[in-house]
Design a protein around this ligand. Structure first.
Ligand SMILES: *[C@@H]1O[C@H](CO)[C@@H](O)[C@H](O)[C@H]1NC(C)=O
Ligand SMILES: *[C@@H]1O[C@H](CO)[C@@H](O)[C@H](O)[C@H]1NC(C)=O
Ligand SMILES: *[C@@H]1O[C@H](CO)[C@@H](O)[C@H](O)[C@H]1NC(C)=O
Ligand SMILES: *[C@@H]1O[C@H](CO)[C@@H](O)[C@H](O)[C@H]1NC(C)=O
Length: 581
């Protein structure tokens, strides 16, 4: 009896230990910021890029919720929120905190995992060359294993755990996170087509990665990551969620209609894109022509062609023709109109590189979409750079390929310090990196009334975290309360991982920041006010005298009155005439 118990517990111990790839001993730790000023010796892989990839993954370890394993690398983090899910009789502990606060949000998490798995399918060798594959595995499993818990049966998905007013009420460390925390779900009668299909897409994309199912131009994912039984588990969840999304008894609807609490931060604008991308990743996972056709008909049914804007957690349309192209080029099991998907993909990407997209370029050279970029300017640009880089090998001509890679490089360079602020927008990679991220846990403060000043110096360095980014005038204000510029988030790091993995494989030059010595940002940092979604006082550039402002408002009033008069004439007059007929 005693013996068999021991054997059983030993076995379960062993299976816990081998459940994921063994982590390096000693562990990989990101170097301090001064390392980012040192030019690397030539040759591949470039050690600045391998460290950047390592740091970008390390960020996710700092965002972990739940019981932290003993080998955790982030010494200042504590286990937290172990009771998540108790309100609904489940264990929903684990997973990741979404951003600078302590909610766990399924919609952006799923997007993040889908993005990273897709990128590792494209450029998995980069993780191998950087010796980061085991950390990729542990990063993905920490998220996917939580999503598995959040999907306890076919027609239930937990979409938010936390206190939805955290944002307003709590600023502090991980030991005093307010309880009770509420678990919100969608189910058959209260569906959420977007979040359910988006989670199906994440499971399917990651199942392909764990099955080592590569694309034609990038036939192999990271060596050693492949695990058929895990791939099967992920695929089973993907299939179940997809049919929940398609055939919930409550019909199809936006998830905030079922769970209003998610509307505060992650309401969704539509669900046609999630249905299409889920069907497509599933078709690729199962070689199903039927699912492929479903994906193509969602594209038409939901007019996804019309969506010319950003690629992000809410809007996935821009990536879909690229994935269609990759799938059609890589398999003989499904057929479709590859020329058509090719040209749709290139149409979108050409508009970006030829400056004809709905985004504009800032003076300093950042691709900027009014609206989306006001809340985190780097994210749309980095996602565009990621799509361009992924698609480049499939481009219809060498010129196109080069123009895509060149534009992508310009955006990556910008983010890594080739910008008017001389600041690389990733924490801890260079002395000019931001040092005041909007992150409650890293700040070390607990006074919500004084988050900028208490403490003055941020307590913990959140290595590898990509921040929101500068404002539309390329100005970066390193102040914690200015969340559009300084907040960190799971989905901000995602495209950067793929871009860094690509650069580990390809780059012979250092990331731009090794050119930046200590003090570069201090010399040019702005003195005025920001112009973004939180603070608009910096939006009018010139500081005008009182007299000039009065003169301008008089002129403006006259102009506006004239325009109103003209519009009244043009719109109202013909109508009256019509009535008279
Ligand atoms: C594959 O993944 C499963 C599920 O996590 C795990 O139990 C198993 O140990 C893994 N196999 C290998 C060879 O790593
Ligand atoms: C940073 O790391 C280098 C080694 O890479 C070390 O020599 C230096 O003392 C460290 N600086 C600080 C401030 O920790
Ligand atoms: C990866 O590990 C191998 C074997 O230990 C080592 O030779 C190589 O230098 C490492 N590469 C990086 C980028 O750390
Ligand atoms: C983790 O706990 C220690 C005390 O053991 C505390 O000093 C530290 O600030 C905590 N970390 C966070 C992120 O709150």
């Amino acid at each position: 009896m005693f013996l068999s118990l021991t054997v059983t517990s030993l076995l379960s111990l062993v299976s816990i230990c081998i459940a994921q790839l063994p982590l390096p001993v000693p562990p990989y730790l990101p170097p301090n910021a001064s390392f980012g000023t040192i030019q690397s010796p030539s040759g591949r892989p470039n050690s600045q890029w391998t460290n950047l990839l390592g740091g970008l993954l390390y960020f996710y370890e700092a965002q972990r919720s739940g019981q932290l394993p003993s080998e955790t690398r982030v010494s200042w983090r504590n286990s937290s929120c172990l009771d998540d899910g108790k309100d609904v009789g489940l264990d929903l502990s684990g997973g990741y905190y979404d951003a600078g606060d302590y909610i766990k949000a399924t919609f952006p998490l799923s997007f993040t995992l889908m993005s990273i798995c897709w990128g590792a399918t494209d450029f998995g060798q980069g993780y191998d060359l950087a010796n980061q594959t085991a950390y990729l595995d542990s990063m993905l499993r920490w998220g996917l294993d939580w999503l598995i818990k959040a999907h306890p049966n076919d027609n239930t998905l937990y979409v938010l755990v936390g206190n939805p007013t955290d944002d307003d009420d709590y600023w502090g460390g991980d030991l005093n996170i307010p309880t009770p925390r509420t678990s919100f779900r969608v189910d058959a009668a209260h569906p959420g087509t977007d979040v359910v299909a988006g989670t199906a897409a994440a499971f399917a994309a990651c199942s392909n990665l764990y099955r080592n199912k590569g694309f034609k131009n990038t036939p192999s994912g990271p060596a050693g990551l492949s695990n058929t039984s895990y791939a099967d588990t992920l695929l089973a969840h993907a299939k179940s969620l997809y049919s929940f999304a398609v055939s919930a008894t409550g019909g199809q609807r936006l998830y905030q209609e079922s769970v209003p609490a998610v509307g505060r931060s992650y309401g969704s604008s539509d669900y046609g894109d999630e249905l299409a991308i889920a069907a497509l990743f599933l078709s690729w996972a199962t070689d199903s022509q039927d699912l492929f056709n479903q994906a193509a008909s969602y594209w038409t049914q939901y007019h996804l062609d019309d969506e010319e804007g950003v690629f992000n957690w809410d809007s996935k349309s821009a990536g879909i023709p690229i994935l269609f192209t990759q799938v059609l080029q890589s398999t003989t099991s499904v057929s479709g109109n590859i020329a058509d998907w090719h040209s749709k993909a290139e149409d979108y990407l050409d508009k970006i590189v030829q400056r004809r997209s709905s985004g504009m370029m800032t003076k300093g050279g950042l691709l900027y979409y009014h609206g989306d970029s006001d809340e985190a300017s780097l994210n749309p640009a980095m996602n565009a750079a990621m799509l361009l880089t992924r698609y480049a090998p499939y481009a219809s001509s060498p010129d196109k390929r080069n123009s895509y890679l060149k534009f992508a490089q310009s955006q990556v360079d910008y983010a890594l310090g080739k910008n008017p602020m001389s600041a690389p927008y990733i924490i801890g990679v260079n002395p000019n990196s931001p040092s005041n991220p909007h992150s409650a846990m890293a700040s070390g403060g607990s006074n919500i009334g004084a988050i900028d000043t208490d403490p003055v110096k941020t307590t913990y360095v959140l290595y590898g975290a990509v921040i929101g980014g500068p404002d539309v005038h390329d100005n970066y204000f390193d102040i914690r309360s200015d969340w559009p510029e300084t907040e960190i988030a799971l989905d901000y790091n995602a495209p950067f991982l793929t871009l860094a993995a690509y650069n580990v494989m390809q780059a012979t030059a250092d990331p731009f920041y090794t050119d930046l010595q200590e003090g570069a940002y201090a010399k040019v940092k702005p003195t005025g006010q920001p112009c973004d979604a939180a603070i608009q006082t910096g939006c009018s550039r010139q500081r005008l005298s009182h007299g000039a402002r009065i003169a301008i408002s008089v002129v403006l009033t006259v102009v506006i009155l004239t325009i109103v008069g003209l519009i009244g004439y043009c719109v109202f007059w013909p109508k009256r005439k019509k009535v008279a007929y």
